[in-house]
Design a protein around this ligand. Sequence first.
Ligand code: NDP
Length: 483
Amino acid sequence: MPDQKLNYIAGEWLAGESEIENLNPSDLSDVIGLFAQAGADQVETALDAARAAQAEWANAGIERRYKALMSIGEELMARAPELGELLAREEGKPLAEGKGEVFRAGQFFTYYAAETLRQIGDTADSVRDGIEIDVRREPVGVVAVISPWNFPTATASWKIAPALAFGNAVIWKPANLTPASAVALTEVIARQDLPKGLFNLVMGSGRSVGQRLVESPKIDAISFTGSVPVGKGIATAAIGNLTKVQMEMGSKNALAVMDDGDLDTAVAVALGGAFGGTGQKCTASSRLVVHENVHDAFVEKLVAGARAMKVGHALAEGTQIGPVVSAVQLQENLNYIDLGKAEGAELQCGGDRVEQPTEGHFMAPAVFSSTTNTMRINIEEMFAPIACVIKVGTYDEALATVNDTKFGLTSGIVTRSLARATHFRRNARTGCVMVNLPTAGTDYHVPFGGRGDSSYGPREQGAYAAEFYTTVKTSYIAPGQPD
Ligand code: NDP
């Protein structure tokens, strides 16, 4: 009998109204557990408990918040090997990436532990004599966190940590494809000195539990990461209650490879950016915009590098590319391979299923050449280990191609020219820009987010997160004359 995993609501571990099976995408015979699906009444219980607990937490003092967050962060970092293995087992990313993700999640908590002690406001003199003004941040209230499967621990942590640090309560609905990582993180959080009900885990599908949460007038703010259509639906629901929203959605990131760049750097940056995390990253380099002078040499080396990458079980020694997350995602990826061919792109390598000793969703990393930016494979987010090369004649054409997308999360350039790098940094229409680095791979102490369809609302991460997780209060004080 597989493990049964419960929701955490109002300080209690509770069975749901139903359960789902969680399968290992590297080995479909491995059932990781049965995970509770919250009922409508349980969501209401969580919402009410969160409201009551938040009032206590907001007045609990920053030292208590600091200690709780620091303790969560330290435990995650210490247990990264164990929890990272669980993550890799259920999501499919290679073991080293799973461990790295849990460690990074710990760093979000320790960073925001320290941030609790840096909540300093402003003072001002009034324009009216004898009056002083105090400007400070207060918690926004009860925050719904809706997170995706591709970074099940890190994405949730970069939302939960600032939410708690700034004095809010949290109701977390994780992706149903990765509930084991959610339960593991909740177990760590539940051991802390937090008011009962301050933090709630409500597993369930987006269509039921997620939709109920985002439509609830009892939520003050929603932080979401996922797809554009779901994000738009959440924004529409939120506006009905004037609920604050922060959304990080898809992208179609481009890496520009210039003829003055180091070719080996370009290939390494492209391989890491395109195929890391099996291409299932919102920051993945899915468009490779390459100067014609280095195009053929770049494609040759890129294809050799992609062919050499080891596809396999996420937990196996030496695996560089794990399975894609689900059968549905794999089928969509294969459909995009067919679409690319039908659009006239040349498939240079990969794009087919890979047989392994275990039954899983394995796919060989694919490189398309002879693509244009008007093809659907260069317009739509595929979330797949598929990279498309677009040949350009000049730097200006490269920049225009990079910017020719409705998305705008990250972009990159490989060049040795300071002038081109500087011009690119200033003119790429993306929230993050990388110079001689993969488009994926960001730090935890600085803002993260994009433009266009990629993001909506205030930035996540670093001190900038305060914009979303707090509201500003301006007090006017007339102290009067001393006796
Ligand atoms: P979704 O946008 O469907 O899922 C993201 C989260 O939102 C999950 O927790 C999901 O729940 C939840 N959700 C789904 N529907 C609703 C709803 N109506 N109301 C509230 N919450 C909801 O993305 P998928 O996981 O299905 O992935 C599909 C595509 O989205 C990917 O192929 C990729 O293109 C993109 N994506 C982008 C990500 C990014 O980092 N920017 C991350 C993940 C996906 P559940 O899945 O549990 O039902």
